[in-house]
Design a binder for this molecule. Structure first.
Ligand SMILES: [Zn+2]
Length: 312
């Protein structure tokens, strides 16, 4: 998973990721829609100006994308439904534009629509439009990404959890069979688990980087509980070595506190470990039971479980 927005900030010319990094896996390229929408946060760090759907797609193709997310306009939980519907329409217009462009360019990239909606009505509108697009353009979307969940997840009130459940319920209702659901910005290892439990087949997260930025690390098995390195130093001392992942093997807590890169790499290893654990549990048939037990420990999830098991 790559975000062309950040590549564009650093490089004026795109490069094929598979070739440059000798990476043989699938490349899924985000659109940068979220980064564009949070301009205020990025304005001081040379924002990418006039990043249009066409430019985004050309960058995604330049990076060698197998899957390319259409440039979307995330919803604002505090905006009116009308304002949010206008964003949804703009996102859908970009999906159409993106499909037209890949069909003209005859590129291997598959367009991924990023859907948004807080309730059944909004989601139904989105999927009716997508179905019409598929017919009109003779195109199929094998992967459907869902965005705008981050603010709902971050909203720890009743409203946030209810909106999250309703959005996902509607998603499961309207996503056609045999299409995979991808969650954009899934967050901590526990929320990764949560989204798989809801019925997602794929997800991405950048909270391992964000945590590292704020001096925090996540330990395996802590289900996303993050701790600042200064607290660990106060407890174990600066010379302690608390982890044997490739990033920490030859580093003590002081080294970790001094290097954002080391923290980010450590967090990445933790997240990958949790991800592998989830896969093992899915294979062994213990995922459901383990997940519900872990979710029940948090108020936010307890509320959601009460509303009803969604995909089951
Ligand atoms: Zn480590």
């Amino acid at each position: 998973m790559v975000n062309p927005y950040y590549v564009r900030q650093k490089y004026s010319k795109m490069f094929d990721l598979g070739q440059t990094l000798r990476f043989r896996g699938t490349v899924f390229c985000d659109s940068g829609g979220f980064q564009l929408s949070t301009k205020s946060l990025l304005s001081r760090k040379n924002p990418v100006k006039r990043y249009t759907q066409d430019q985004v797609l050309l960058d995604q193709i330049g990076l060698g994308s197998d899957y390319a997310a259409a440039l979307d306009f995330p919803l604002d939980p505090n905006a009116s439904e009308r304002a949010n519907m206008a964003r949804i329409s703009k996102s859908l217009a970009n999906v159409e534009r993106a499909v037209n462009l890949v069909q003209t360019l005859k590129t291997k990239a598959t367009i991924v629509p990023v859907v948004h909606g807080y309730n059944r009505g909004m989601m139904r509108f989105v999927f009716q439009r997508l179905e019409r697009l598929e017919k009109e353009l003779s195109y199929a979307f094998p992967l459907i990404a869902v965005g705008s969940l981050v603010p709902l997840y971050a909203d720890r009130s009743n409203l946030g959890s209810l909106r999250l459940v309703h959005a996902f319920q509607a998603l499961l209702e309207f996503v056609p069979n045999h299409r995979a659901i991808h969650v954009m910005g899934a967050g901590s290892p526990l929320s990764m688990r949560f989204y798989y439990w809801l019925g997602a087949q794929s997800l991405d997260t950048r909270s391992w980087v964000t945590n590292a930025m704020f001096g925090k690390i996540v330990m395996p098995g802590s289900q996303g509980g993050r701790i600042h390195t200064s607290k660990l130093i106060a407890k174990f001392g600066p010379k302690a070595n608390i982890c044997n992942c490739p990033s920490c093997k030859n580093s003590n807590l002081r080294n970790l506190s001094m290097s954002r890169m080391k923290r980010a790499a450590h967090n990445a290893f933790t997240y990958l470990r949790e991800f592998k654990k989830i896969r093992r549990e899915l294979r062994a048939g213990t995922f459901e039971e383990n997940t519900v037990r872990l979710l029940k420990k948090r108020v936010f999830f307890r509320r959601i479980i009460k509303v009803g098991s969604l995909s089951k």
